[in-house]
Write a protein that binds this ligand. Sequence first.
Ligand code: GCB
Length: 616
Amino acid sequence: MTMRPQETATRDRRPLDGIWDFALDPDGRGRTDRWFAGRLPGARDMAVPASYNDLVPDRAVREHVGEAWYQRTVRVPRGWAGERIVLHLESATHRATVWVGETEVVSHEGGYTPFEVDVTVHVRPGETVRVTVVVDNTLTFRSIPPGVVEDTEDGRRQTYWHDFVNYAGLHRSVWLHSTPRDHLTDITVVPGLDGTTGTIDWLVEASSQATETVAVILRDADGRVVAEDDAEAGPGGAAGTLTVPDVHRWAPGNGYLYDLEVRLIDGEEVLDSYHQSVGVRTVEVRGTELLINGEPFYFRGFGMHEDHDVIGKGHSDAHLVHDTELLHWIGANSLRTSHYPYSQDVLEHADRHGLVVIDEVAAVGQNMGLGGGIFGAQGYTTFSPETINDESREVHARAIRELVHRDKNHPSVVLWSIANEPESDTEAAEAYFRPLFALTRELDATRPVGFVNVMLAPHGTCRVSQFADVLMLNRHYGSYVHTGELAAAERAWTEELQAWATDRKPIIITEYGADTLAGLHSDPAEPWSEEYQVEYLEMNHRVLDSIDAVIGEHVWNFADFATKAGVMRVGGNKKGAFTRDRRPKAAAHALRERWRAARDRDAGPDDDHRTDRPAR
Ligand code: GCB
């Protein structure tokens, strides 16, 4: 488990982003030929962070299946002598092994969560060291998401059942960082409200407990100390509760954050210090409502993707800022990290901007009745000893553990989504998911848990939604079914939703969308035209507005995105309200009208996505 690298009074960090050496390993020779022992053979330039797939105009790179090597040297800062030195990777998709010099130091499974390794004994402050990372994009029945690799006449072919390109590489920052030898290892904050008073339960763990104290200092956004506490560090860590009278709440549209400075102290000496942002808000499901700070919340926004021209799934601050501005422009208040954990920068940004997040594990495509958004049998049984089995569930459980650990302190995160559109109408699915729901609740008792239900498991047939606190439904009436027949779609959709409403749980429509080619017009509105997308959304909104239990609408998708080629994919999935380069379609303007009117109705006196940020 990791803490994100920071520069503090006791810690330092050096980004390893930039141009690395890179080599594909189509024959899988690199490990036996010890590529980590010297310069990579045939190395070419590769940018980090980025997916490697679209940076080279070569099918061998774009469609590579297997391992790909990254390498660079780094000079360890001279001033880090005596410190603990750690190599931290924010994501390596989908698994990786790392060498420092010729020593293998760590391996990690899962492409969207961070991992790190103490490399102190392998490096010397002031000297350079070679870092080699091999990433592997292979998807199997033991990975999240799943897939199958077949050896064909034309080489290795990767099949998978999710509707986005299997982008791979070092998608987020890589850091070398220092911490003191005696250091903080984990911080958990749980906010609460008692009228106008805020409470923050804090739990801090450290590398050793000998004679140490943990002190916490809470500052408001103006830097004023508003509460302090301390406790002896015992075997289970140090814990306490801070109380903040007249607390400034974190709320949708008002991303107010306090700064919690955590200090590990021995006598008079501050051994380590770390800064944790805290938003004071509560989340609760009551009846058919989801309450934030006791107020019913209605989700307006999108299922998104980390997906851009050239960089693929690579994180870019410029795109993050732009996408957030567009969300504000359109009047959205929330998003789902479909279909994998997004960069921590996205979560931190959502915290600061009062954007509400449904946080999703990369369990997508666990459904052999579906493929790439296209219905049709895949020739496999979803859950079976040979396909998705107990071992796969362990991998899934680890992915949930890593996600909850990474994101537990984000006030923006109000709901965990532990899978997207898995098979959910079989006994095997029920048995698979029961323990995963239990695990998620055990890891975090403060947030509701759900999964995203697929159209193939309508009300009355789904055996997994019984475990969910909130129902999340993806429905494409008027696009995949009743294509072009909006009246019939409206009847069928209303009927299905009325049935779900009898469960007396809150319902979020996590996807509804129609493929639309920007610039294609027709009157009367035909599928694929901008007019049809607008009418399709209007129809959906009539249906959603007619059902009280519906507490949210997330259009699929924020923007057009890259998918593997297919007969239903014209240069990718075109269900975006924006094009892939973020130009608004007519639907974006229609959504803006609906959502901004709603935002104005809901607005609190100090809602403003731009204000109330703590100084960085
Ligand atoms: C879905 C999936 C999403 C697809 C979408 C589509 O239900 O959750 O990943 O992209 O359908 O457009 O087919």
